[in-house]
Write a protein that binds this ligand. Structure first.
Ligand SMILES: [Fe+2]
Ligand SMILES: [Fe+2]
Length: 478
């Protein structure tokens, strides 16, 4: 999404095609008193006030804003956008309908609840997603496939919206219960890294612009945030609290024969993964196995090189299961408010203008209001959401207090996932390019060293070329 990166300065540059003007600048308000609206209308803050086709009293039109293209403004000799202008004498011709920016958008869906509102693009349904997941190139563990299918239906249920009077609302009343169930599944899954690798590979296999908002992005962010939490937990418990890092080192691998220890290789592996299922490595061919081990070896060496005398903020975080679940729930819902922002802004291919940028930046706060309305009242979850774009002073929203460190974990997962996602307005970055971008944000001071190490290794572990193109041995899934 535009505005994903807290390091981004507001974008200027390209002239945008559309600008916001007062409704009364284009239409005679009196003609639309309780009549179907000719287009969506917005508040001055840019939040949707009513959708095209809805009927609202004339008083609500007086201070409403709509999108028009710049040509219109030029023809009208447009005054500054923010200056209220008297209604024109004659109603102008209706504004051309919004233009779809993707082939799939030509299929329009009638909105729920009998409204005549039109969707900008069609979100892929859970069933369509499920069907495509059946055609992916590899055969994941059966239980992973089952969990994946359940999750995608849950996600789709969470991200539903409807219309009540003039308001767009979330319609999933059991958001909290669904979020809990989904993240406790992921928490369990992450204890087995190669089941987890299957899961994220499935998510990536079905990832499309058509399911970005309501499935792929929330799933990815939650997965990565929880995976990073586990790596930091391992570090905190075994390294800082128990002073135990030595038992992981050295690890013998083929590339690193000098580090061969006296223990049989299989036992070293077991220790390396601690309680995790090292045996699943058998699913990989030798080269991949070595690469994965080298990656984990690097992780341990980087951990070991940390200055233990320093007070790292990430080492003060509570990594117990309850808090891991709360972080997961926040990650899952952190962008839920984008459901009610106008699609022109969400999918805009060009830079956002200041008004649109302002609109985009309401989403953390707006999300909290929406979640409260559906009974989602966990204060910590809401606080984690609030700070997820506030990693640098330039981030948003402006907050007086320090953010919870957990928000940074969600923030880095969010940025990585957004950079790696195909969207309507731009393609995905490669893993390497995304890491380069994140490195800049890290250098600006957004993350502490343990978080940066844990995150970088998490992303590599699940997005390394060898994982994407891995050549599995023909062993039947357990
Ligand atoms: Fe966000
Ligand atoms: Fe996001």
């Amino acid at each position: 999404m535009s505005g994903e990166s807290p390091g981004d300065a507001p974008r200027t540059g390209e002239i945008t095609d559309r600008i916001l003007v007062l409704f009364t600048e284009v239409y005679a308000a009196s003609e639309f008193d309780r009549q179907p609206l000719p287009c969506d209308i917005y508040t001055q803050e840019g939040v949707v006030r009513a959708m095209k086709g809805q009927r609202v009293p004339v008083e609500r039109l007086a201070n409403s804003w709509i999108w028009v293209d710049k040509t219109f403004a030029r023809l009208r000799g447009q005054a500054p956008v923010n200056a209220p202008v008297a209604a024109p004498e004659e109603p102008l011709p209706a504004i051309a309908p919004r233009v779809a920016t993707h082939p799939s958008q030509s299929a329009r869906t009638p909105a729920a609840h009998g409204e005549t509102q039109e969707e900008e693009w069609r979100e892929e349904s859970a069933d369509q997603l499920e069907r495509r997941s059946d055609q992916v190139a590899f055969e994941p563990f059966a239980e992973v496939r089952a969990g994946f299918k359940r999750n995608l239906h849950q996600c789709k249920e969470l991200f539903q919206k409807g219309f009540l009077g003039r308001k767009i609302i979330l319609t999933s009343k059991n958001n909290k219960a669904i979020s809990e169930s989904l993240v406790s599944y992921l928490d369990e899954l992450l204890t087995q890294p190669f089941h987890a690798a299957d899961y994220i590979e499935l998510v990536n296999a079905v990832r499309q612009p058509e399911n970005y908002t309501t499935y792929a992005h929330p799933s990815g962010v939650t997965f990565y945030a929880m995976a990073i939490m586990r790596k930091l937990m391992m570090l905190k418990e075994d390294f800082l609290e128990k002073r135990n890092i030595g038992r992981w080192l050295p690890i013998k691998t083929r590339k690193n024969p000098r580090t061969a220890g006296a223990l049989p290789f299989s036992m070293q592996l077991s220790r390396y993964f601690d309680s995790q299922k090292a045996g699943i490595l058998l699913k990989y061919k030798e080269r991949e196995r070595e690469d994965l081990l080298e990656g984990m070896n690097d992780l341990m060496h980087e951990y070991a090189a940390l200055d233990m005398a320093r007070d790292w903020p990430s080492m003060r975080v509570d990594y117990s299961r309850p808090n891991r679940l709360l972080v997961g729930m926040a990650a899952l819902n952190c962008d839920i408010a984008k459901l009610i922002l106008p699609n022109e802004v969400i999918n805009k291919p060009d830079s956002l203008d200041p008004v649109e940028m302002q609109m985009m930046q309401t989403h953390p706060l707006l999300g909290i209001f929406l979640l409260k309305e559906v009974g989602f009242d966990s204060p910590r979850v809401l606080a984690y959401i609030l700070g997820h774009h506030r990693l640098l002073p330039a981030g948003y929203p402006p907050l007086r207090n320090n953010i919870f460190f957990e928000s940074r974990i969600i923030g880095i997962a969010d940025m990585y996932d957004a950079m790696r996602s195909p969207k309507f307005y731009k393609g995905a970055l490669t893993h390497e390019a995304a890491i380069v971008e994140l490195e800049k944000i890290h250098q600006a001071g957004a993350f502490d060293a343990p978080l940066w190490i844990a995150a970088r290794h998490t992303f590599r572990e699940f997005n390394h070329d060898l994982v994407a193109t891995r050549n599995r041995l023909s062993i039947a899934p357990a």
